[in-house]
Design a protein. Structure first.
Length: 73
């Protein structure tokens, strides 16, 4: 299984699972990153953190650690 932080720029994937608990899980889900949502990696910062993604017709930035909690197919 791949995680969101392993995708390359312009790659699209569908969220299959969120491996986080508590406040982090709630924060991720409140941003619209739920099972079945299609995400696309738009940009990666020069040092690799954060990454910019598109989901549900808007753009957001995620830390690599948070993106590592999101499994995609």
């Amino acid at each position: 299984m791949k995680t969101l932080n392993q995708l390359g720029i312009k790659e699209k994937a569908k969220i299959s699972r969120i491996n986080a608990t508590g406040a982090i899980r709630k924060r991720i889900m409140d941003m619209g990153l739920t099972r079945g949502a299609v995400v696309e990696i738009r940009k990666v910062a020069p040092l690799g953190d954060p990454i910019e993604i598109s989901v549900r017709n808007y753009t957001l930035a995620l830390r690599r650690a948070e993106a590592g909690c999101i499994e995609v197919v």
